[in-house]
Design a protein around this ligand. Structure first.
Ligand code: HXC
Length: 510
């Protein structure tokens, strides 16, 4: 018995060493933590239950028959984050560069299957050279097995991908199908083809960082939701982020005790919207002032900044916030912002998270770049997402709600449950100048007449009462009471229960 226990200890020690001390040192020298160190930070102390520590690959080609490392380059299991269950896989770059073999994929699939069975999220810590080259198609099959599970889990359990090293080729498609992607600056990258292939095919010279680094994906492509300075920062923020999410699509979002009163008034909001309708203001000020404890977890804050998305809490309950940002492109909706908003709305809807929409939108962005890029289809994504969504929806129009964008931004017509407007709201087909230029074109040469027409149009539409008279706005509220009115609405909506008609799935314009 003693021998067996000794053997077990020795096997565990070897497995924990991964690719060996030399490789661990090299890994640390790059500023990266090992697979196990990452799990230690991500999970609550002492809660990690590891599976398949002794699993090995079955490859015999290219000398692999003599090269076995227990665990085969990925650490898998489950544990808790602030007491709530989560499944985790963490690729070990010190073992064959974290490359994915058939056995490695089986380990990931096993925890994904269990996560689905018990209804708990999966967090993947990705750090891998991609498909294990020596295994060929067996490794490719392994990837596809993971992809299939990503899709089956989508909308059932939250899936979060942390990119903490290389992630290239087809391997990027597993994270791409998860709900959120967090990257680490300078040490992680994601691309379909690397800089060498890019150079050969398109003759562009680009570094890995420029092509697919964390900053690139958090600012340009929108692939990453957030970019963090280092591993520790990323993992601690992932813990914070996890606290907002329900465990699965049948679970309610978690409620955290707060001492922030639901009826708290904020009189500074009464002067947030400037008198001049063309002057911007920061919509984030409104967000911070209405949510619990000024705590707002913003996502994609450096991508498509004309729309703001993120999680917060109202009376302790998680809510999703979608807001136009007048500071950027005057809050216009364009291709990128519509995609960003739509995906977020769909996540909230899939996971029972109520949505608060803050509206100040002068319309969709005009121009050939947008039209050629397909703003029609991409803009429709946001419209589709709000329209199909069945979670509680509370909307506040702070200023402009013009044209199609008025309809899109969780309007009454798209089953908005409670739609408020501030007294500064302007709900119309377009702004006064544009409207007068079209309907009174013949008076164009007469500045006095144009000014009078604009004043007439403003008097008629630059207020919330025309919409209020039709019941499209449930109430015109003072800005200072916005938090109180939203909290009351959400409390009233807690029992909301509506269903869309049965169908295999919808056909959102992709
Ligand atoms: C097997 C691999 C490997 C791989 C790295 N290694 N990638 N082994 N299969 N895919 C091994 C290396 O041989 C090396 O072993 C160790 O991991 C560390 O790699 P280094 O190259 O020394 O590290 P570094 O300089 O940091 O470079 C990391 C890297 C590079 C950029 C990831 O290794 C690389 O380019 N690897 C190949 C990437 C690739 O083309 N993968 C296939 C992508 S296509 P030793 O023993 O020397 O330490 C793909 C298809 C997926 O993945 C399809 C899904 C549908």
């Amino acid at each position: 018995m003693y021998d067996i226990i000794h053997q077990l200890d020795e096997k565990r020690r070897l497995a924990a060493l991964g690719g060996g001390q030399k490789r661990i040192d090299a890994h640390h020298a790059k500023g990266k933590l090992t697979a196990r160190e990452r799990i230690e930070i991500l999970l609550d102390d002492g809660t990690f239950e590891e599976w398949d520590m002794f699993k090995e690959h079955r490859c015999v080609d290219f000398g692999m028959g003599d090269s076995h490392i227990p665990g085969d380059g990925v650490v898998t299991g489950y544990g808790t984050i602030n007491g709530r269950m989560v499944f985790v896989f963490s690729q070990d770059f010190t073992v064959f560069g974290g490359a994915l073999s058939e056995a490695h994929a089986e380990k990931i699939c096993k925890i994904m299957d269990h996560a689905l069975k018990v209804g708990c999220p999966v967090i993947g810590l990705n750090d891998s050279g991609g498909a294990r080259i020596q295994e060929g198609v067996a490794a490719l099959g392994g990837y596809a097995d993971v992809f299939q599970r990503n899709v089956m889990a989508s909308g059932v359990i939250p899936q979060i991908s942390m990119i903490m090293g290389p992630c290239a080729g087809g391997a990027v498609y597993s994270p791409a199908m998860t709900d959120f992607i967090f990257m680490v600056k300078d040490t992680s990258y994601m691309f379909v083809t690397g800089p060498e292939v890019v150079k050969t095919v398109t003759h562009e010279e680009v570094t890995a960082e420029q092509l697919g680094g964390a900053v690139t994906h958090a600012t340009k492509s929108g692939v990453a939701d957030l970019a963090f300075e280092n591993d520790v920062d990323a993992l601690l923020m992932a813990r914070r982020f996890f606290n907002y999410l329900p465990l699965n699509n049948k679970d309610k979002p978690p409620v955290r005790k707060t001492f922030d009163p639901a009826d708290r008034l904020d009189f500074s909001l009464d002067t947030l919207v400037p008198d001049n309708p063309n002057k911007p203001y920061d919509i984030k000020e409104l967000i911070f002032k209405i949510v619990d404890d000024t705590d707002f977890f913003e996502l994609q804050h450096d991508n498509a900044m004309n729309i703001v998305i993120g999680f917060a809490r109202m009376e302790g309950q998680t809510v999703g916030i979608v807001a136009n940002q007048p500071m950027v492109l005057a809050g216009c909706l364009d291709i990128k912002s519509a995609i960003k908003g739509a995906r977020f709305v769909r996540f909230c809807d899939a996971f029972n998270i109520p949505i608060i929409t803050l509206v100040d939108v002068p319309g969709f962005m005009p121009g050939t770049a947008q039209e050629y890029g397909g703003i029609i289809k991409h803009g429709a994504k946001l419209l589709f997402a709000f329209a199909e969504c069945t979670v509680p929806k509370v909307t506040v129009i702070t200023r402009k709600a013009y044209g199609g964008a008025y309809d899109v931004m969780s309007s009454k017509h798209l089953r908005g449950d409670v739609n408020f407007a501030w007294p500064s709201a302007e709900i119309a087909v377009m702004g006064p100048k544009g409207a007068v230029e079209i309907i009174f074109r013949e008076e164009k040469g007469d500045p006095a007449k144009v000014a009078a027409r604009e004043a007439e149009y403003k008097a008629k539409f630059a207020n919330p009462f025309v919409a209020g008279a039709r019941g499209f706005i449930d109430d015109v509220i003072m800005p200072n009471e916005t938090r109180k009115r939203i909290c009351r609405s959400l409390a009233m909506l807690r029992g909301k229960d509506i269903e869309n008609p049965w169908r295999k799935h919808d056909n959102i314009p992709l």
